[in-house]
Design a protein around this ligand. Structure first.
Ligand code: NDP
Length: 327
């Protein structure tokens, strides 16, 4: 892209940023606030946000709590998680009446996810919203290290998948549908302009609903991790930027589409909507506080997806700045 093209793209981004900033000031109409109209106990809809002790997850938790949901701030470290929950409570305006609690959760640990699910079932009888935000990326700036590829894939993809699989049976039946939102990245696009898988057949299979399967995603990840172990991976074959991270988010996107298809035909009152979004380039610890937007702005599309009024609820799509984008 030339200088003029870059300038135009930057101006479009800024324009959309202004539009979304305005949209965020528009209050939901009482009839749109599905979370205020639950027929069964508990009185408040229950939202779980993973990795909610800081960054985008913290902001998603804070915004959901301010909208009136009961929020479970899930984090792997007790002290950091409890401090985050306390901060949401103390920083909320006096009349906001926020309801927040902390719970331990390491998405990379199957036993921790199992214990979390058992606790959610016992304490709340289930949940209404799940925001899969927990994630790691060890490359910064121009780096592209795959040294921690296994941890990246385990946390970002298998952690998200583990939570989806554990929480789907706990999504409370409601006429408004359960909501699952996966925090992903444009870096995980199958056909990203500057960042994509070299193997054309794999790209086609991943985008074809008839070929997409858990096995296809697993095989792709096993192949990638094997090549990393053997030192034979190359950025011609795999996404060129933040390769391990991009592969993990590509898998998250593919699993979102796969689950959306599986969940597309439930009986009335048991619908679950699952979507993913890219928060943009956000000033958080993950980016070394670089980026061009705040965590508050980065969390917006995820919160918007979780709260979409029933008539606008959507399934199996990828979003950024409150607009659908391509996989
Ligand atoms: P941060 O590094 O600030 O936050 C990541 C969060 O994930 C932390 O709370 C961290 O907890 C938690 N986490 C990491 N591993 C685990 C685990 N195994 N179990 C539970 N929690 C875990 O990053 P961001 O807020 O920027 O990132 C949030 C999400 O947004 C990620 O999924 C990221 O990939 C995505 N994203 C971010 C972008 C950006 O520009 N920042 C761009 C695109 C996507 P702890 O404090 O214990 O480490």
């Amino acid at each position: 892209m030339g200088k003029k093209g870059k300038e135009a793209a930057r101006e479009r981004r800024e324009q959309r940023r202004r539009e979304v900033t305005h949209l965020r000031t528009v209050p939901y109409e009482p009839h749109q606030r599905w979370w205020d109209h639950l027929e069964r106990a508990p009185a408040r809809a229950v939202a779980v946000v993973t990795g909610a002790n800081r960054g985008i997850g913290f902001e998603a938790a804070r915004q959901l709590a301010l909208h009136g949901l009961h929020v479970v701030v899930a984090s792997r470290d007790a002290e950091r998680g409890q401090a985050a929950a306390e901060r949401i409570r103390t920083e909320a305006p006096g009349d906001a009446g926020v309801s927040v609690e902390w719970r331990q959760l390491d998405v990379a640990d199957a036993a921790s996810v199992e214990a979390f699910a058992a606790w959610a079932a016992q304490t709340h009888g289930g949940i209404h919203v799940l925001v899969n935000n927990a994630g790691v990326n060890f490359s910064k700036g121009a780096d592209n290290s795959v040294e921690f590829a296994e941890q990246v894939v385990e946390t970002n993809y298998y952690g998200t998948k583990r939570m989806i699989d554990a929480m789907i049976p706990l999504m409370k039946p409601s006429p408004f549908g359960g909501r699952i939102v996966n925090v992903s990245s444009r870096l995980g696009r199958v056909n990203g302009r500057r960042n994509r898988i070299g193997d054309v057949s794999l790209r086609d299979w991943l985008l074809n609903d008839d070929c997409l399967s858990e096995q296809l995603i697993d095989e792709m990840l096993v192949k990638f991790l094997e090549q990393v172990k053997q030192g034979t991976w190359s950025s011609n074959q795999w996404p060129q930027m933040y390769t391990d991270y991009s592969v993990s988010k590509l898998a998250v996107n593919a699993y979102t589409r796969l689950m959306a298809r599986r969940l597309s035909d439930p009986s009335e009152g048991e619908k679950i909507y699952i979507n993913c979004f890219c928060p943009g380039w956000v000033k958080t610890e993950m980016t070394g506080w670089e980026g061009n937007i705040s965590a508050e702005e980065g969390a917006d599309t995820g919160v918007w997806l979780a709260l979409l009024p029933q008539e606008q609820a959507t399934n199996g799509k990828f979003f950024a700045e409150r607009r659908e984008i391509s996989f």
